[in-house]
Design a protein around this ligand. Structure first.
Ligand SMILES: C[S@@+](CC[C@H](N)C(=O)[O-])C[C@H]1O[C@@H](n2cnc3c(N)ncnc32)[C@H](O)[C@@H]1O
Length: 269
């Protein structure tokens, strides 16, 4: 790939999504944009860049979409979900007795396994949460991922990763090669396209924010802007979940680590 095409694409992707692509990752551009070039009947990456320079918005969206990494799985890392059930929810429920309502945001939720894992976890709590309302909102920049979330259908491979067989049998229905989530879980989650580079306030207020395994793709100022944006959406006892390779340390003081609880952060006083 010629230098000017790399710089143009890396700048555009960073500007539109925050995703930083360094020179050593230029092979990712080559491999992921090959399919986009075919869809638009362009010869190669140079053809994509030429078309983008003429401000082709549809192509721009597809290029950014192709450069997102959408890896996700049910109950990813398990312990965040155990802590949600055994520590975060009991504490918040004790503090929300008067409203009996808890709002949860799963930002950058990819194909939906994270918010649907939370929905199954809540359903499994049964009588313990009777009379409570849980609003679960999933968001992602990728249109194709949000379409997948809304379809709520997963392959055999996907349902074998992280999902206990008991939950598979209880909450999914097999149709051919696909496993569809039953409406009782599917209807617990709402989805919308949302770019975390935008002002976050239109998302509303949330008691719990999951933002896992996406900040790793951003530079420090972008991470800080997003984390401080989340702080603005959360009450003083709000809880933030980050991925295993992510932290607030050295980035913002709007959150503090929850002692002894890996990956969980509380809003700073
Ligand atoms: C690796 S997945 C993480 C999925 C899930 N949170 C998890 O931990 O399993 C990263 C997701 O971040 C999304 N993403 C990347 N840049 C984004 C942005 N600027 N705004 C919103 N979502 C973004 C991607 O589309 C992708 O689906």
């Amino acid at each position: 790939m010629i230098e000017s095409d790399f710089s143009y694409l890396a700048d555009l992707i960073k500007q539109r999504s925050g995703i930083v692509i360094t020179k050593d990752k230029s092979y990712l551009l080559e491999s992921r944009l090959a399919a986009v070039a075919r869809t638009y009947q362009l010869d190669d990456i140079s053809g994509i860049v030429q078309k983008l320079r003429k401000a082709d918005r549809a192509l721009e969206i597809d290029v950014v979409d192709a450069m997102t990494t959408n890896e996700s799985l049910f109950f990813r890392d398990q312990h965040p979900f155990d802590q949600l059930r055994d520590f975060v929810l009991p504490k918040l429920m004790a503090e929300r007795k008067s409203t009996k309502r808890i709002k949860i945001l799963c930002a950058a939720c990819s194909s939906g396994q994270e918010p649907y894992s939370i929905a199954m976890l809540l359903k499994e709590l049964g009588p313990k949460v009777a009379g409570w309302t849980f609003d679960i909102q999933g968001t992602d920049i990728s249109r194709s991922m949000i379409e997948r979330c809304k379809r709520a259908s997963y392959t055999q491979f996907e349902v074998q990763r992280g999902l206990p067989i008991t939950l598979l049998v209880k909450y999914f229905e097999q149709q051919g090669q696909e496993w569809f989530l039953k409406p009782e879980i599917k209807n617990m989650v709402k989805f919308r396209e949302f770019n975390l580079l935008e002002k976050l306030t239109p998302l509303g207020h949330y008691d719990i924010v999951f933002c896992r395994n996406v900040l790793i793709y951003f530079d420090q100022p972008t991470k800080r802007g997003i984390l401080e944006g989340f702080a603005g959406l959360m009450p003083s006892d709000g809880v933030l979940y980050l991925g295993g390779a992510e932290t607030i340390i050295g980035i913002t003081d709007k959150f503090g680590a929850e002692p002894g609880r890996r990956g969980i952060y509380r809003k700073a006083a």
